[in-house]
Design a protein around this ligand. Sequence first.
Ligand code: FDA
Length: 394
Amino acid sequence: MERFDAIVIGAGAAGMFCAALAGQAGCRVLLLDNGKKPGRKILMSGGGRCNFTNLYVEPAAYLSQNPHFCKSALARYTQWDFIDLVGKHGIAWHEKTLGQLFCDDSAQQIVDMLVAECEKGNVTLRLRSEVLSVERNEEGYTLQLNGASVQAAKLVIASGGLSMPGLGASPFGYKVAEQFGLKVLPTRAGLVPFTLHKPLLEQLQTLSGVSVPSVITAEDGTVFRENLLFTHRGLSGPAILQISSYWQPGEFVSINLLPECELASFLDQQRDVHPNQSLKNTLAMQLPKRLVECLQQLGQIPDVTLKQLNAREQTTLVDTLTCWRVQPNGTEGYRTAEVTLGGVDTNELSSRTMEARNVPGLYFIGEVMDVTGWLGGYNFQWAWSSAAACAQAL
Ligand code: FDA
């Protein structure tokens, strides 16, 4: 039986980073993954350019039953630490929007960087490794793999969440948690497009591909100001992905399609100058033409000139465009979700080390636990920060 100081399961963002840091600190680390290559989600992320962190990382950007849990790890390994590391590897990056940092070239550079860091720490990386069983005894943890047994005093679970099963996602981490008596909070898809009920979906079909700036509000009062995209399945775009993490089935979201325009004053001004201009053409100065035409066909925009639009109709119109209440049918689910909400209950873990409070030597890092960030590099930063906190303790 091969022996290591620590075994890390999952060669994704958190697992690779944790293994590298622990290895560099002198730990003999085995890093296992069931896939053919490491960091598959990293390669897919940020449209192939990996949004690896965010300039404005703060605990408020994370959802967790215990909102304080993430604070310690985020404060001890910050976005600036990761930006330094990226710089040391000569990876050029840029800020796209809202503090989101992307590689100039390719997400492959982040994977290559993590592989190089693992090599620097003499980490043993085994791909295509299926973990058949995990047992705990006096010496630590014994794992049966396909064809071998391995043992270590410490075991780190970095197997991620359930989103994108096609990229190797599995419930493995939750099963290990349950095996050792840890509570797992219910999981659901996060950062995911909404699907719509039939009549509305059909009515909006012609808008597929149209994107508009928006302000979107969930029933709990959470607000995001980002772009909304109409799709052939429903609604997507950053505004929808963000609010999806705060949405529960059956709830409504409220959408302002004109966040940058004071619509009533705009219509009044236009009416003074061009009273005979059609309402449709006036609104097309502020909204995509296809959206205006679709709303007119649906009877939401009266077919009148500005001087014909009476005060009551104007109030209704402003309400429709700035406070559009939509009740999604559901979400596209784990198939397209970027993250999984819920997971291993953080009350079971130490926020300093990520170790299970009642199971010495067992650690959980990254997305497998109940910490989920906003869209925009926050989830990778949680992977790096939780991995660094854990690595210090190995
Ligand atoms: P991650 O999922 O990265 O890694 C888990 C690893 O464990 C995988 O390699 C998997 O193969 C392995 N594994 C699972 N079960 C196993 C088993 N039974 N045995 C062995 N190995 C097993 N975030 C962000 O901040 N910026 C971004 O740009 C994006 N973009 C993005 C795009 C897409 C398409 C997705 C799906 C997700 C994102 N994300 C993101 C989210 C981000 O990818 C995610 O939060 C992190 O990858 C989580 O890192 P982990 O290491 O915890 O899990």
